[in-house]
Design a protein around this ligand. Structure first.
Ligand code: ZN
Length: 173
């Protein structure tokens, strides 16, 4: 396994629509492993392939927060939201591609998602709570959408300006 470097906003690769996965091979399994390792290392609760520069519809997540609970690493390939609840929920979201910036985003409180696992088998699950927010945030990444796209333009521009500055400082370091 190997850590991947995470792209930082603004980056055109984070704005692109990812392509469906068609090959369920060792390369895909290795990518999923590397993404999970990168996510846990960050640390984060979700990571989508475009964030590591791979334009494929693949995401990993683990929203187990309790200290003594077993981890639940999940790999979702070609995920589709098949149902959303009318009830909505607001969470303060962050993103590994937009470090240290947080903002409240309202989304459906529960969602049903279908996806393919690493063996190419179809899975379906209903997610609630933090899992529901996380899976919607990560699926957005596959469509070139970031959580800041839900914010008012002024707030979004402020965050983007901070990120441009951060990237400039990192490039100089
Ligand atoms: Zn994100």
């Amino acid at each position: 396994m190997a850590l991947k470097s995470i792209l930082l906003h603004p980056d055109p690769r984070l704005k692109a629509t990812a392509a469906p996965v068609t090959d369920f091979d060792k390369t895909l399994a290795r990518l999923a492993d590397d993404m999970l390792e990168t996510m846990y290392d960050a640390p984060g609760i979700g990571l989508a392939a475009p964030q590591v520069g791979v334009g494929k519809r693949l995401l990993v997540m683990d929203c187990v927060k309790e200290e003594n609970s077993a981890p639940r690493p999940m790999v979702l390939i070609n995920p589709e939201v098949t149902w959303v609840s009318e009830e909505r929920n607001t969470y303060e979201e962050g993103c590994l591609s937009i470090p240290d910036q947080y903002a409240e985003v309202e989304r459906p409180a529960e969602v049903e998602v279908s996806w393919l696992d690493l063996a190419g088998a179809q899975q379906t699950e209903r997610f609630g709570g933090l899992w529901a927010t996380c899976v919607q945030h990560e699926i957005d990444h596959l469509n070139g959408k970031l959580f800041i796209d839900y914010l008012k333009p002024l707030k979004r521009q402020m965050i983007t300006r901070k990120m441009v500055k951060l990237k400039r400082e990192k490039a100089r370091a």
